[in-house]
Design a protein around this ligand. Structure first.
Ligand code: CP
Length: 301
């Protein structure tokens, strides 16, 4: 693996290796003598992805170059390509980029250092998907035969697109629930069900944040009416299968897509997802920077 722009950059075997290594990352120690330098470029707000990449870099013994978009020459009109080429020229060995432009990485074909996508507009979010997969795998061991329902703002969600593709490849059944105007036939492939059907049959309820920043106008409902019609309410949680779990990439709009009391309920794996985010990002960085050569791994999917 050189870049991680979408999960298409990984074979299924490489993806399995990343999940396998991520599972062991909690206990694995890295020497800080070989300090490589990584720059994190966040052109959109982030708490989890940015902080967990920083934490992953710290735990790997890497050096993180502080790059603040607002005080950089981006403000003078410097292009993304020229910014990344500059960082490569001064000795940065990998870049982590979140950018509002879908597929921004197509501009970076001539960059030689690894590019790790931390979210491109409504495009992809590959490390979020890897941490979701790790969380599901820790719970159910296999993906084959699981029913995952992705709920809410599908059209504007890079998490929905990335997860739907990879979960299908891994053998899960993927369905969708939410407002008809936020469905996207390219992603849903006709597998749309109601929230009331979803809660009865899902092994994983993957709730999504309503992405108001990507909407053109108001959508004609209040938080309360959305919650009642499309949210995971306390009433709906009660009919979920015994071992079913709740995921959400966060940040959560409490009492909109998910009842506030369910954020930390026994089914919720939301905070587990966050720690898993550090583990998969450690594994991705370690592979991208050739910090570990995995000679042997067990097939776990
Ligand atoms: N889940 C996620 O990408 O969160 P942030 O936007 O806070 O990074």
């Amino acid at each position: 693996m050189k870049h991680l722009r979408t999960l298409e950059d990984l074979s299924i075997e490489q993806l399995e290796k990343i999940l396998y290594e991520a599972n062991k990352m909690e206990k694995k120690l890295f020497a800080s003598s070989d300090r490589k330098t990584v720059a994190n470029l966040f052109f959109e707000p982030s708490t989890r992805t940015k902080c967990s990449f920083e934490m992953a870099q710290k735990e790997l013994g890497l050096h993180t170059l502080h790059f603040d978009v607002d005080s950089s020459s981006v403000q003078k009109g410097e292009t993304l390509y020229d910014t990344v080429k500059t960082l490569e020229s001064i000795g940065v060995e990998a870049v982590v980029i979140r950018h509002p432009q879908k597929a921004y990485y197509k501009e970076l074909e001539n960059i030689n250092i690894p590019i790790i996508n931390a979210g491109d507009g409504a495009g992809d979010h590959p490390t979020q998907s890897l941490l979701d997969l790790l969380t599901i795998q820790q719970e159910f061991l296999v993906f084959q035969g699981l029913h995952v329902v992705i709920c809410g703002d599908i059209r504007h969600s890079r998490v929905a697109r990335t997860n739907a593709n990879i979960l299908r490849k891994l053998g899960a059944k993927v369905s969708f629930a939410g407002p008809a105007e936020w469905m996207d036939e390219d992603i849903t492939l006709g597998n749309v069900i109601s929230m009331d059907e979803a809660v009865k049959s899902a092994d994983v309820m993957m709730m999504l944040r309503i992405q108001t920043e990507r909407h053109d106008s108001g959508e004609g409902w209040t938080k309360e009416t959305y919650h009642e019609e499309f949210g995971l309410t306390l009433r709906r949680e009660k009919v979920m299968k015994k071992n079913a779990i709740i995921l959400h990439p966060a940040p959560v709009n409490r009492d909109v897509e998910l009842a506030s009391e369910l954020v930390e309920c026994s089914r919720s794996r939301i905070f587990k997802q966050m720690r898993n985010g550090v583990l998969v990002r450690k594994a991705v960085l370690a592979f991208a920077l050739n910090m570990m050569e995995v000679k042997k791994y067990e097939r776990v999917i």
